[in-house]
Design a protein around this ligand. Structure first.
Ligand code: HC0
Length: 568
């Protein structure tokens, strides 16, 4: 242990701790910018510099290890002057358009400028005037705003092993650029949006489509219908001043009606439907000798990753469309018929935790209903903005129920939002289908939690099925390399592109920590346990859908509307 003194406070910390870690133990705030709690230390911004007694040069708190007897000043006049100069230099290269920036009031650089009372910048403004990269349907890059912290590069290369971003040139000319091309669309970017969570400023953001939504709501010829992804409710409250998980579902629904949706339905309905189709597909492959292991196919960042890096393994993917796209295909066919609504008037908007969902909805083949199946995808953050714009007071809002025919859901659908949830939901159904017995304890706890790869062997009355779960694409890569090498022991693998699953999706309220992801996951399982039905095959509206329209899982209509193919 090392005994150190920080701003007069004595603390004892493990050997090898950094000044920043020791400051955290002492309860002393040291500002940071390039530092990210989930990433390796970069120490390139120098905002965290501190004064160490006996040393001439200021030291970066994020990288400098402490030693026994070290005396540190985190806010001496010399330190404050250095931090102000660093900030002024960064701001001299940064556009001063905070009012119109997507990160206004949620920007680490803006917060630092306020913290250090930066007013008149003595350095001349030298913004480069680089064009925005709007080449993907999901993510926008504004290179002028980049502060070169490299957090996006770390998220993309280490967390996701995608390597779509790199650094070009050195010194004043250094730039974060898409690899292999000029624009992001030419790079291997899978559009997961983890770089957005990592970015401290507005240099990378979702492709905001609030104006398209407002135009649709204002159009009297459009019937605006929404679906809400399983992971959204747990986090939407964070956008409007509530705690994680605090927003009750029916209050959320009431809020959506307030901002102009004509009908509020649920992706959870098609999550239950996915289990019916995917569970039966797995059983068919097990019985008839199809490609195994079978991979889940609902996370579009994961699909992009598989298509880009493992095109030789595409046949392992379930042919099921994601619940978002199953919903899109059904809302303009089955639901329109049932409601007596002209499908050409339906404007189908999904609310998703995911930036890659915007890309998925725009895939040319996603129009099996005869129309664009999903017209618009809004992220959780965009809906948060719409709620704030509408000035909704969620404390006084009268709760409202989902609309019929595609609004009912079970606990199994709710848990899709967390890593392991699709697997657990599938097992709840597959067990009962295979054994014909009632599953008394529906909790497959091996599937839960933030461990990168989880696995188990499930006994289905004598039939042993080996399953694995990976979240975050670095973990997916490990599982995929095993499959490619012919060494995978599994029959069924769930992959979600984002750490924690969809609760950590690129469109969720910004977060940097696994602690926040775990909190969202906890709230998902609380909701699951609170529901009267927790098995997908018991969803009453899904039963009606099969009776009246689809007739059977993997049947002709299902193949037409609910299944797809992938592109190498
Ligand atoms: Fe997900 Fe989904 S669970 S991918 O994470 O399967 O985004 O929440 O909407 O479609 O249902 C995201 C979340 C979904 C889909 C569902 C799946």
């Amino acid at each position: 242990m090392a005994n150190v003194t920080i701003d007069g406070i004595q603390v004892s910390v493990p050997d090898g701790s950094t000044i920043l870690q020791a400051a955290q133990v002492a309860g002393v705030h040291v500002p940071t910018l390039c530092y990210h709690p989930d990433q390796a230390i970069k120490a390139n911004c120098r905002i965290c510099v501190c004064e160490v007694e006996g040393q001439r040069l200021l030291q970066a708190a994020c990288s400098q290890p402490v030693y026994d007897g070290m005396v540190i000043k985190t806010h001496s006049p010399k330190v404050i002057e250095a931090r102000k100069t660093i900030l002024e230099l960064i701001l001299a290269h940064h556009p001063q358009d905070c009012l119109g920036c997507i990160r206004n009031q949620n920007c680490e650089l803006q917060a630092l400028a306020e913290e250090y009372a930066i007013r008149d910048n003595p350095f001349e403004q030298m913004v480069r005037g680089l064009p925005k990269d709007t080449s993907t349907p999901s993510i926008v890059r504004d290179p002028d705003k980049c502060v070169l912290c490299r957090r996006c590069i770390s998220a993309c290369s280490v967390t996701q092993t995608v390597n779509a971003l790199g650094i070009e040139n050195r010194g004043n000319h250094a730039m974060v650029v898409p690899s292999l091309g000029k624009d992001l669309i030419e790079s291997p970017c899978v559009m997961c949006g983890q770089c957005i969570h990592a970015c401290p400023v507005g240099a990378i953001s979702e492709k905001e489509q609030i104006d398209e939504f407002l135009a649709a709501v204002a159009d009297p010829d459009k019937i605006v219908v929404t679906q809400i992804a399983p992971a959204v409710r747990t986090a939407i409250g964070e956008e409007v001043g509530m705690a994680t998980g605090e927003m009750p579902m029916e209050v959320f629904v009431a809020g959506l009606r307030q901002i102009g949706f004509d009908y509020v339905l649920h992706t959870n309905f098609t999550a239950d439907l996915t289990i019916m189709e995917e569970g039966n597909e797995l059983l068919k492959r097990l019985k008839e000798g199809g490609k195994l292991p079978m991979f889940t196919s609902c996370s579009p960042g994961w699909i992009n990753f598989c298509e880009t890096f493992y095109p030789d393994l595409l046949e392992h993917l379930s042919t099921c469309k994601s619940p978002q796209q199953m919903f899109g295909a059904l809302v303009k066919t089955y639901w329109a018929q049932k409601m007596g609504i002209d499908p050409s008037k339906i404007y189908s908007v999904s609310i998703m935790p995911c930036t890659a969902k915007k890309f998925e909805a725009s895939r040319p083949e996603m129009k099996d209903s005869g129309y664009r199946d999903v017209d618009l995808v809004l992220t959780t953050r965009e809906v948060g903005r719409l709620f704030r714009m509408a000035g909704i007071d969620f404390k006084t809002l009268t709760p409202s129920k989902f609309d019929s025919w595609m609004g009912a859901y079970t606990g199994a659908a709710v848990i899709f939002g967390a890593t392991g949830g699709v697997m657990e939901a599938a097992l709840r159904t597959v067990y009962e289908v295979v054994t014909g017995k009632t599953l008394e304890d529906v909790n497959f706890t091996f599937a839960r939690g933030m461990e990168g790869i989880k696995e188990a062997e499930i006994d289905l009355d004598g039939t042993k099925v080996k399953v694995a779960i990976g979240h975050g694409l670095a973990n997916a890569r490990k599982l995929m390399d095993q499959v490619r090498a012919g060494q995978s022991p599994y029959h069924f693998i769930e992959i979600m592109a984002c750490p924690g699953g969809c609760i950590g999706g690129g469109g969720q309220p910004l977060t940097k920590t696994n602690a926040k992801r775990a909190e969202r996951i906890d709230s998902i399982y609380v909701e699951d346990e609170s529901l009267p039905i927790r098995k997908s095959h018991e969803n009453p509206e899904v039963k009606i859908l099969y009776e009246e329209f689809l007739h059977e899982p993997l049947g002709h209509k299902s193949h037409e509307l609910l299944h797809t193919h992938y592109h190498p």
